[in-house]
Design a protein around this ligand. Sequence first.
Ligand SMILES: Nc1ncnc2c1ncn2[C@@H]1O[C@H](COP(=O)(O)OP(=O)(O)O)[C@@H](O)[C@H]1O
Ligand SMILES: [Mg+2]
Length: 363
Amino acid sequence: MAAITFSNIAKSYGSVRVIHGIDLHINDGEFVALVGPSGCGKSTLLRMVAGLEEISSGELKIGDRVVNAVEPRDRDIAMVFQDYALYPHMTVAQNIAFGLRMRKSDAADIAARVAEAANMLQIEPLLSRRPSELSGGQRQRVAMGRAIVRRPKAFLFDEPLSNLDAKLRVEMRTEIKRLHALLGRTTLYVTHDQVEALTLADRVVILKEGRILQEGAPLELYEHPATRFVAEFIGSPQMNMFAGTVRHGEGAAVHLNGLQLSFESIDAEEGTPVSLGVRPEGLLLSSGIAADMHTRVDVFEPIGSDTMVSCPIGGTMAVVRLAPEVPVARGMELNLSFDRNKLHLFDAHTGDRIKARANTKDR
Ligand SMILES: Nc1ncnc2c1ncn2[C@@H]1O[C@H](COP(=O)(O)OP(=O)(O)O)[C@@H](O)[C@H]1O
Ligand SMILES: [Mg+2]
């Protein structure tokens, strides 16, 4: 069993508290991504699991064992960092074997484990090279090999792909996912890149300023963000936000700049200032009369699978995702409607989600 359990974990550097009472349970074999902006405490949390950082208060368990006071080498977990920290004077094989040598494992066993890891990572032809003779992606594989041969109970990754170019990053992402499927080990993966988190993890935990804002399956976070911060953090391009006001005249409605949207119900008082959120795919092309709004294309980006179109709506620049076959030109008129099933309402002051039922008959 290698579940990882944080119970009210806190961390202070001197008098500055950077982690505020984290409760989180990672199931045995689960892949959890911890994502948040730079400085929110991701590395600190991971380093506390690895034993590289003292835990100020709370209890950390790996499996059934409380490990607060357990030395890093006795925790039976492996960590892969952004800078691979390979030994330059050693070959790939020696680098991968290093940890096992230090533990005085049997030579035949070491050789077998190195061969197995090299096969898994498809780096057999590289075993006699030195790190300086490898590309960034190859070095990253070697760093993973070094973790794999230890057959740890859990893997910890701290932004392992940040130093790679975009194409390689996507390749290695797939590789990490494949390895997890193959090895089935508990994995805690830290990144500031929400796309990486959503594509890799079974469950995503969003951290801000040392606190968990929301956790859930990737699609759950995408479709039901609990706060405006999460709504804007998850998804690319970012969710569009329009400033509006709640009105309860003839039925519930949100009044936007030059536009009214009726709702079946809105769980907020008359006059509450709100942010109405809609993702780029929640703005639909519509025929002239049925449309909620008319605007013009400002810029457009054909990316093959979709075309991203920027256009002014209600005083802000909104992004609309169109099918690639829709002809688009700069200045072209667009008639758009809100997809009533894809609206999000947030309190403009607190940023908290407001419960609302869209009026799907309002077209
Ligand atoms: N050794 C340290 N001494 C003092 N403050 C630190 C130290 N390490 C990290 N911090 C602070 O703790 C906070 C969280 O840092 P970190 O965990 O590295 O964030 P992240 O990995 O999410 O970018 C930051 O405000 C950072 O400045
Ligand atoms: Mg970090």
